[in-house]
Structures are given as structure tokens and as C-alpha cells.
Design a protein around this ligand. Structure first.
Ligand code: PEP
Ligand code: MN
Length: 336
């Protein structure tokens, strides 16, 4: 059960609701976000919603039977729209394209990518500065100094930054230089990190875990929401299956399912999903066909020289062609 409280609820009214819930044997957790205040109730038995719903201070009440509550689509009338400012929105019916290198490597590379995005009217740049690498000897990113440089060039050009945060201690130092925090597949169930990201007023994109189920992704999102942050994006980036001919198995069936189960925008990452450059464009297009609100993909001026994930990064001319096709495809899907 989700109880939306009125903005002008009095402390007495709040206490009265909590008391009533306790009497009905309902576990109650208060959730306060940037938007409003809620109470999530977990009922142990059956109860009549009207006994609570009629109490003073309540704006609305909904029965949500899933274990994830706040991210469920059952209670929220309209889908969540992430507003990044300067006219950049995700989940508003348009297609959000996020593109950039796997890792931020140096200033010249940032400038090159920013120019590429500007020429193609792309408003969100991706790029990791804290890189989760399978081997500790691989390039692990430029860290916070790289992020400052990345943010400087992007913000000067009206481009929003999405970058991965790997641990709790990085959240605060990164916050001023990030427009969207990315939680990587390997950290998808780092509940401490998710809880802390619930306390920041910045959007958070959570990638599906390498062996994560769709519901587990939603539970991860629930951690962020119940921590106080409603600005969440879900990302399908492929899962580990028995198939070895692709880097991962991009599970595009997750897109309509997530859209059905949740009110949150869904992003598809075909780069990590398939891991093979020439197969990224068709999978990106298929992602849009499946109903995604956006696509995040790796592009590089010289992929063969990229510090990481070069084999799945698109060359600029390839990416340019794809952006047009993605936009056309979104229009087609919207007309259905
Ligand atoms: C990335 O986006 O570069 C990345 C490391 O992604 P994932 O967490 O999906 O592997
Ligand atoms: Mn990568």
C-alpha cells in the first residue's frame, strides 16, 4: 500500500495515521522525496483500504501488492519524466540519446566527442572516469580530475553528463560535476550505494545486474526511491547467459516488461548488450522498437585506439547515420 500524504499534513495527522496502521498490523515506512511525502505500508493480513483512506492528511491511497512499491506503475498516474534542465528531458515521449566514449581518456578526446555530439544535436554525453574493469591492470579511469574536465567541456556546451559512480565515498565529491549518476551492472545490487543515491537530488540510472532479473532491477530502484530520490532511470544492458558469441545477451523483452511494471523511463545499452561494433546499430534500433525511452551507446573518434571497449564503440560516421535512424524509428513507434 502506498499512502500519498497531503503537503500540508500536520504532525498530529501523521501520528494518527501511523497509529492506525500499527493497530491494523501494517508495517509502515515513511518515504520523503524531493516531490512529496509518502507512507509505504506492508500489510500482514487483509484490511479495508477505506479505514485508512478516509483519514485526514491523506491525498491518495493505493493498493500495490508487489514487493517493490514506489517504483511500481500501479499507483502513479503519469510516467516519470526526468528533467535535466535546459530543455533536456527523458521519458517525455521523445528519444533520449546518450553517447560518448566508454572512458574519458584526455582533454582532446572530450573535445572531439563534444563536437561530435553538438553536430548531431545530442544533449547527453556518457563517459566513465571510475571504470569497473575485470582486470586490475586495465585502464581504470581518470578519476575525479577527469570528471571535472569532462563536466567543464560539457556544461560549457549545454551537454549533460552521465558517468558511473562505483562507491559510496565518491557520491559527494562527484555530485557537482554530474547530471546523471550511473550505477553499473556490477553495482546493481550495491544496496549501500543505492541508499546513498537516494539522498542526492540528481537522477540515477541503474543498470541491470550481469545476472540480475527484471524484478531485482526494480528492487534496486526501490532502494533509491525509498531513500528519497524519485529521479530514476532503468537500463537494460544485457545479461550473462550460456551464449558466448555476443558479449552479453541483450534482453529486449525487459523493455516492455519494465514499462508495464514501472513508471520509470527505460534506457537500452546496445554497446555492452552485444559488444560487437557492427551489431550495435540493429540492436539500438530494436531497443527503440521495443519501447525504450532512450539509448546509451559508446562512440569514439578512433575506436581501435580506445582505452576500453573499442571493439563495441562506433566510429563517428557510423554513429551519425544511426542517430537519424533512431529518431525516425522513435517517430514510427510513437505513431502506432
Ligand atoms: C559502462 O557503461 O561503461 C559500463 C561499465 O557498463 P556496465 O556496468 O553495463 O558493464
Ligand atoms: Mn564500456
Amino acid at each position: 500500500m502506498i499512502i500519498q500524504l497531503k503537503n500540508d499534513i500536520s504532525p498530529e495527522q501523521r501520528a494518527g495515521i501511523m497509529e492506525k496502521l500499527a493497530k491494523l498490523n501494517i508495517d509502515a515506512k515513511s518515504v520523503k522525496t524531493q516531490v512529496r511525502e509518502y507512507i509505504v505500508g506492508i500489510a500482514k493480513g487483509d484490511f479495508d483500504l477505506r479505514c485508512v483512506g478516509s483519514m485526514e492528511g491523506i491525498a491518495d491511497i493505493h493498493r500495490v501488492s508487489e514487493q517493490y512499491k514506489m517504483v511500481s506503475g500501479k499507483w502513479k498516474l503519469n510516467p516519470t519524466v526526468i528533467d535535466l534542465g535546459d530543455g533536456v528531458k527523458i521519458g517525455d515521449g521523445g528519444l533520449a540519446i546518450m553517447a560518448g566514449p566508454c572512458a574519458i581518456e584526455n582533454e582532446a578526446q572530450i573535445e572531439s566527442a563534444v563536437n561530435h555530439l553538438l553536430q548531431n544535436n545530442i544533449r547527453i554525453m556518457r563517459g566513465g572516469v571510475f571504470k569497473p574493469r575485470s582486470s586490475p591492470y586495465s585502464f581504470r579511469g581518470l578519476g575525479i580530475d577527469g570528471l571535472k574536465l569532462f563536466y567543464k567541456h560539457c556544461s560549457a556546451n549545454g551537454i549533460k553528463v552521465i558517468t558511473e559512480v562505483m562507491q559510496v565515498s565518491q557520491v559527494e565529491e562527484m555530485a557537482d560535476y554530474v547530471d546523471i549518476f550511473q550505477v553499473g551492472a556490477r553495482n546493481s545490487q550495491n544496496f549501500n550505494l543505492l541508499e546513498v543515491l537516494g539522498q542526492v537530488d540528481k537522477p540515477v540510472m541503474i543498470k541491470r545486474g550481469i545476472s540480475g532479473t527484471i524484478d531485482e532491477l526494480l528492487y534496486s530502484a526501490e532502494y533509491v526511491f525509498s531513500g528519497g530520490n524519485e529521479k530514476i532511470l532503468l537500463c537494460e544492458r544485457g545479461i550473462r547467459t550460456f551464449e558466448r558469441s555476443t558479449r552479453n545477451t541483450l534482453d529486449l523483452s525487459a523493455v516492455p516488461l519494465l514499462k508495464e511494471k514501472s513508471h520509470l523511463p527505460v534506457i537500452v545499452d546496445p554497446s555492452h548488450g552485444v559488444g560487437i561494433r557492427k551489431h550495435v546499430p540493429p540492436m539500438a534500433l530494436a531497443g527503440v522498437m521495443s519501447g525504450a525511452d532512450g539509448v546509451i551507446m559508446e562512440v569514439h573518434e578512433t575506436p581501435e585506439k580506445a582505452f576500453s571497449d573499442g571493439m563495441q564503440s562506433l566510429y563517428y560516421p557510423q554513429a551519425e547515420k544511426l542517430y537519424g535512424q533512431l529518431r525516425q524509428t522513435k517517430e514510427l513507434v510513437s505513431s502506432f
